[in-house]
Design a protein around this ligand. Structure first.
Ligand code: FES
Length: 108
């Protein structure tokens, strides 16, 4: 079972906005949509772009560097030039704390 790290307070994550947090060395984008939290690697699989700085449209985020799109629920590519999914992380809430898994979930 994956270990989790406490990364933010529930009220710090705004609906539809992405906050970049770190779990160890890994930069991770954390957001909330319809009250549900999602966490994904802030490193584009195309050329290491800062995905989390991109435009979020419902569950799809666009890498600001060359426009690749990913579904933040699954990590799957929705638009080229990326072809490899971005890692996604499990998120859970305990009291007022948002916790993110220290290791990514499988994106296969
Ligand atoms: S680095 Fe993200 S699309 Fe190129």
């Amino acid at each position: 079972m994956s270990e989790f790290a406490s990364v933010a307070k529930v009220h710090e994550i705004e609906e539809g906005k992405v906050k970049v947090i770190r779990v160890g060395e890994a930069p991770i984008g954390l957001t909330k949509i319809d009250g549900e939290f999602f966490a994904f690697a802030d490193v584009c699989t195309h050329d290491d772009g800062p995905v989390a700085e991109g435009e979020l449209d419902e569950y799809v985020i666009e890498c600001p560097r060359h426009g690749a799109k990913f579904d933040i629920r699954t990590g799957k590519v929705k638009q080229l030039p990326a072809v490899v999914p971005i890692p996604i992380y499990a998120v859970k809430v305990e009291g007022d704390a948002v916790l993110v898994s220290k290791k990514p979930m499988s994106t296969t």
